[in-house]
Design a protein around this ligand. Structure first.
Ligand code: ADP
Ligand code: MG
Length: 241
């Protein structure tokens, strides 16, 4: 579904992605691991057309990110949630969830609201439909952000450290939701440092280091064999516990 082909991406003199290639099909959860500054966020942002690429190509469902006219569809296909989500501050939760489906998918208001109720239930926040963003905890905001992304029927969710600004309790609430979504077959590509989540929920682990995929393995293989055989990965895993 997502083909990253020989992508090069630099910021000035700094080459962040070097001839980077990887394919993602529409199955399961892929976790992107790796030290800070190795290009994980840049990769997700390039997939979603939030950054332009310097070389190579990224094809999402047959459409190249290099064509500006494709970006709208690509962003519909790949919902993205960031570390800190900005809900529209002047809108309540329900309006945050229904605005884009009404505007972009031409859903009628009633239908959008019914769907929003379903997703609010899914993330355990049906009581918060009328809340404004400043009445929600960080974890609740992230759960709303996930629900908001799902409202657009994405083919995949791109999640960039969605729990790293949260305390352990809120982190576990958010991860529990992602685990449920994974069980329901939602395809996810997520950057996270939550190793228990990676171990138990991911089917595939890509370890990024210095702009390349230093390992691309099944989660099982990664946590049993690769972590022992690859010194760099062993060190990284030790470091983050
Ligand atoms: P990661 O998500 O793996 O921590 P990033 O993809 O955020 O890494 O960043 C990779 C490198 O690119 C870092 O050195 C970062 O400082 C740099 N970088 C990211 N975005 C920009 C930008 N917009 N301008 C300049 N440098 C950037
Ligand atoms: Mg990052």
């Amino acid at each position: 579904m997502i083909e990253v082909k020989n992508v090069t991406k630099s910021f000035g003199d700094l080459t962040v992605l070097k001839d980077f290639s990887v394919d993602f099909n529409q199955e399961g959860v892929t976790v992107l691991l790796g030290p800070s500054g190795t290009g994980k966020s840049t990769l997700l942002r390039c997939i979603n057309g939030l950054e332009t690429i310097d070389g190579g190509d990224i094809i999402v469902n047959g459409l190249s990110v290099k064509e500006k006219k494709n970006l709208r569809q690509i962003r519909l296909d790949c919902g993205m949630v960031f570390q800190r989500t900005v809900l529209f501050p002047h809108l309540n939760v329900m309006q945050n969830l229904t605005m884009s489906p009404i505007k972009l998918l031409k859903m009628n208001k009633k239908e959008a609201e019914e769907k929003a109720v379903l997703y609010l239930k899914k993330v355990g926040l049906e009581s918060k439909a009328k809340a404004m963003h400043n009445e929600l905890s960080g974890g609740e905001q992230q759960r709303i952000a996930i629900a908001r992304a799902l409202m657009m029927n994405p083919k995949a969710l791109l999640l960039d450290e969605v729990t790293s600004a949260l305390d352990p309790e809120m982190t576990s609430e958010v991860l529990k939701i992602l685990e449920t979504l994974a069980q329901e077959g939602v395809c996810m590509l997520c950057v996270t440092h939550e190793m228990q989540f990676a171990k138990h929920v991911a089917s595939r682990i890509i370890f990024m280091d210095k702009g390349i995929a230093a390992a691309d393995e099944t989660a099982e293989n990664f946590f049993s064999v690769v972590r022992k055989e690859n010194e760099r990965i062993a060190k990284f895993l030790q470091f983050i516990g």
